[in-house]
Ligand binder design. Structure first.
Ligand code: DAH
Length: 345
């Protein structure tokens, strides 16, 4: 009988030795030490023994149970320690590794130019006006002294929504809204940046959507010299100190006289280079003195007041300033392009 105890003990110790995981070990525990386990089975067998043999047998079974329990507990501790070590290894966190960089969006170059222009005019006491991109023919053309048969009204240039409604072709529409709103009261000093639309085929220098900033000053004795001083100040702020500007005669229906404005080339300082095509000058905007008829239509007395106005294309300024040679870059949202304006990179 005691051989059987030895046999059970040996096979239990062997099974413990073989157990590779805590699960294996638990199975061994149930098999040998459980309520219906083999060691408990030995206890049951004691009942069948003669009285005098019972104490010795009982002691042996108990000794076997203690030995198996002790070895099993030791093995359990070993396996638990190994499992914890494996878990720690798998979840290893290297706190010295650099963190993931959070990618911030970048300021769009056109917004950068817009803000620069807004800042410089706010500093001169101008207010900033805003208005609708879906505009009435009346403000875009009629009040701007653009008669019905003017080529600028051609369907090819304008996105019409219905005969009286269109996508504004220039921010001059806002000049008209502001003049009308002032009801003949001066002074007026404002800029209006915003999107404008034309039925152009997109290429390196044309875009059916682009941005302009309109400027308008109306008051007593406002002269062409005021316009020139203002624009020269703007050119210096946008393109660096030392810029000069020149006026060339031009035509816009809403100004008289009208001028095209050139800035001395910031790349060659006016000596002539490939950007200014050797001329030393780069055209940047259109401007003029507000046409007396426009003042009149909007309720101002051209005998008592006068005004100047200008309209500058923001893409053109940005292209010159940042050396961009394709206007489509502003609208295709290629992150490689936009990232070049990342001030935090
Ligand atoms: N509206 C003109 C354009 O889109 C630009 C312009 C020229 C605006 C002369 C003005 C101005 O206010 O006086 O080409």
């Amino acid at each position: 009988m005691s051989d059987k105890i030895t046999e059970v003990q040996e096979s239990a110790l062997h099974a413990i030795d073989e157990a590779k995981t805590l699960d294996d070990l638990n199975n061994v525990k149930i098999q040998y030490l459980g309520k219906k386990g083999l060691i408990q089975g030995l206890m049951q067998e004691m009942r069948t023994l003669p009285r005098e043999e019972k104490p010795a047998f009982g002691q042996k079974v108990n000794a076997c149970k203690q030995e198996v329990t002790a070895v099993l507990e030791k093995k359990q501790q070993e396996l638990e320690a190994a499992a914890t070590a494996a878990k720690l290894e798998a979840e290893k966190l290297d706190i010295t590794l650099p963190g993931d960089k959070v990618r911030l969006g970048t300021m769009h170059p056109l917004i950068m130019i817009q803000q620069e222009i807004e800042d410089l005019f706010l500093g001169m006491g101008y207010k900033i006006a805003e208005g609708p991109e879906v505009e009435q023919d009346y403000y875009n053309f009629e009040l701007a002294n653009i008669p019905k048969d003017h080529p600028a009204r051609d369907m090819q240039d304008t996105f019409y929504i219905d005969p009286n409604t269109l996508l504004r072709t220039h921010t001059t529409a806002m000049q008209m809204r502001e003049l009308e709103k002032a009801k003949g009261k001066t002074p007026i000093k404002l800029i209006c940046p915003g999107k404008v639309y034309r039925r152009d085929d997109d290429d390196a220098t044309h875009s059916h959507q682009f941005m302009q900033c309109e400027g308008l000053v109306v008051g007593e004795n406002v002269t062409l010299a005021d316009l020139k001083g203002t624009l020269e100040f703007m050119a210096n702020r946008l393109f660096g100190e030392g810029r000069t500007i020149r006026f060339r005669p031009s035509y816009f229906p809403f100004t008289e006289p009208s001028v095209e404005v050139d800035v001395s080339c910031p790349f060659c300082n006016g000596k002539g280079c490939s950007v200014c095509k050797g001329s030393g000058w780069i055209e940047i905007l259109g401007a003029g003195m507000v046409h007396p008829h426009v003042l009149e239509m909007n309720g101002f007395d051209p005998e008592k007041c006068s005004g100047f106005a200008f309209g500058v294309g923001l893409e053109r300024v940005a292209m010159l300033k940042y050396g961009i040679n394709d206007i489509r870059n502003f609208y295709t949202n290629d992150v490689r392009f936009l990232k070049t304006f990342d001030r935090f990179d």
